[in-house]
Design a protein around this ligand. Sequence first.
Ligand code: UDP
Ligand code: MG
Length: 349
Amino acid sequence: MEQESKNKSGFDSRDEVVISIVVPTYNEEEVLGEFHRRLSAMLATLPERVQILYVNDGSTDGTRILLRNFGEKDPRVAILDLSRNFGKEIAMTAGLDHASGEAVIIIDADLQDPPELIPELIKHWRDGYDIVYAKRIARDGESAVKKLTASFFYWIMQNIGRVTIPADTGDFRLLSRCAVAALKQLREQHRFMKGLFVWIGYPQKAVHYRREPRYAGKTKWNYLRLWNLALEGITSFTIMPLKISTYIGFVTALGSLAYGIIIIFRTLFFGNPVPGYPSLMVVILLLGGVQLITMGIMGEYLGRIFNETKNRPLYFLKDYDTPEIFQPETAVKKYEAYESADAGAINER
Ligand code: UDP
Ligand code: MG
């Protein structure tokens, strides 16, 4: 691919490569200024051409105005405005759909993912890896409960899920064009991106980094949302819970059979003095509980089937002009104009 572009244009292939940076943002006005400053400072050191694609995930604060502002000053910036808040997984998907770079990097806006790690991601991509993901060595600024629940979740996914999701890995990663093309074919409504990144395969490489606490603003994830994300992860990648309920059913049925036989013989040999109210209650309540849980598990899957069969688009864009900027030729043209106009300005801003 690189070779091709070199032949066509006569440029050094390194200059031709476009790296897209996808940033999902939802109510991030407090950090965006600092984020854009740090990102731009880092990008200034890169030889590659860069596009920055901010996805505004239906923010209700000043995020949109801030992004417009960046876009006016910096032609490498494009904004994808979603019609409402769709959640981070969909925001990332929208970004991947419209990013046209040879490599696409997904990064959070809150500076928990250090932009300074990007050159290292690119280095491994040049070495031939399709997915280079950042794995954190420390979870600074996170509560013990969050660390515990997170490690429990990874344990479950590793043991019953069909894909092995690397622990302590967020969405901060680089994807090659090939990996992006694969991901774009997965149009499921219930998207657990961490799982999908692994599911598509391709050579993957981890890069270690220290995860900082949020720079400013609040996390959008409360425990309810995290619980739902975990459910999404489990139900999209394994039907183990359904199997487990079948086995529990078998075990209780066998148990009841054995118990039934015992009762029959006891009645035959010792008569029936009608005891057994407590044991009756226990059995009824236990079976009732098991049945409800099983139905709940089936419901989780059924609900997902329901949502998938509706086959709705994953998101809507508010701003239909923006994606045009991301046609490769327009982007490169714009970049050239920008480069010749004012090369060093970004660094100072
Ligand atoms: N985000 C988003 N849509 C949402 C929630 C979050 O685009 O509905 C973005 C958010 O702006 C940030 C990233 O996803 O850039 C990570 O969010 P957050 O920091 O709240 O998550 P955490 O780091 O606590 O997992
Ligand atoms: Mg964060």
